[in-house]
Write a protein that binds this ligand. Sequence first.
Ligand SMILES: [Zn+2]
Length: 502
Amino acid sequence: MKKIIFVLLIVVGIIVLFPLSSVFTQSSEINILLDQKPLETVVSSIIEDGRIFIPARNIVEALGGRITWFPALKLLNIYIDNHTVSLVIDDPSLDIDGEIVSLEMPVRIIDNRVMIPLEVIKIIAQVETKWDNQTKTLSINTIRPYLLKIRSYSHPDKTRIVIDLSEKTEFKANLLTNPDRIFIDIIGSIVKLEDALKQIEINDGVVKTVRTAQYNPEIVRVVFDLYQEFKYDFFSLTDPDRIVIDVFRPEEKEKAISEALPTKSEEKPTIEPEMTKKRVVIIDPGHGGSDPGAIGPTGLKEKEVVLDIALYLEKLLRGAGISTYLTRDKDEFIYLEDRVNFANQKNGFIFVSLHTNSVLNHRPSAGGIETFVLSSKYIGASAKDVADRENRASRAHPELDTDLAKIIADLEESANIQYSLNFADVVQKKLVKYLKLDDRGVKQAPFVVLKGVNMVAVIVEVAFISNPKEEKLLRDSGFRKNAAQALFEAIKYYIENTPNEI
Ligand SMILES: [Zn+2]
């Protein structure tokens, strides 16, 4: 009997602890097609309270954006098409580039996943949606890329027409006769093209008019009406993305073809790395200009050493197709805050600030490698000395105010700090392996340059410039190359092994 009562108590306990309402909440799974293809998601998209919710990271990344998630702040930052969008769990508003938009439904955490309502997708991306109630399928179709502008230039030997696009896209050109015309079919949309640009009168003896129309939902057709059948050439350029069409005057043909490769640097084709916009690495050589950083016993300057390592590292990363930006590529002074802003503007995925260590007092024998991660507190021996030194080029310096300490404390539990610690670990191990100096470990301290960067961020103290032996090593280009190689391998490893899960 006792046993039965005990079992009953457990059952009652379970019912009390797990209210049945959560089991019966109106929520049903749905399918999502993004541009006609099923959207792959870690959990299903659902309808709840009559609204569609989609796993945030899956849909944002499928649309070409990027997400950073701060669990401690319940904050979701989305970077998409040069917009920065902030959302807070259960808060029915959205901040897009500083403008507040109210929402019918807030972002929610459902089954441990951050789920965003469809209305957010419609605000942050150029999409059209269609709901099929029978198959419970939502079709999301991107209406990018689109034509931004059409420009024309009449030269003595040719007429050049430039079609500016929102992004790179496929196209093909064709010549038709009777009447003579060229048309270009571009996968894209004209929604953003001003009406005045949909038909342009040129009338320069080569091209009469340029007409643009949406040929079908996918294709824009641009037609060039010609005076007669002329030779033409076309190519695409990037940054900004555009298609260039040259129509040549016949008597100038020979000469024109020899000039077909444009001489203006503005119109030179550029080569794009494979991984553009994805997982950008920001290298931050510390100090520079009027701020030499630490100076070794024989006069070697930190700012010179770290710039050199940074340039080697940049070369290695670019060689591997990883998008890379330097906060400085020459000997100039840059405020820490400006380094932070630059890194965020470039949508960095990883931020590596390069330094050499030093001791002010009487321990010239101190040596080795340290990697730092942001924290509100100083964790690890000498962390405070290092942070004080590296924070000097801040506008807010010297003291970290209490607000800053609070923000840092809030962020401490965030994914970025955790990811940064993981990354720091890889960096520290690789450096120790390559440089064979003392392993002083991964430490934490409140660094201004790490505070504002919205990405995985570390400060690397490669070696002690104050130590005569290590100063000698830091002078050696082989040692600098080894440091760059170690950092390169750490970054590559981290990029290849970081999951996309929120
Ligand atoms: Zn430094």
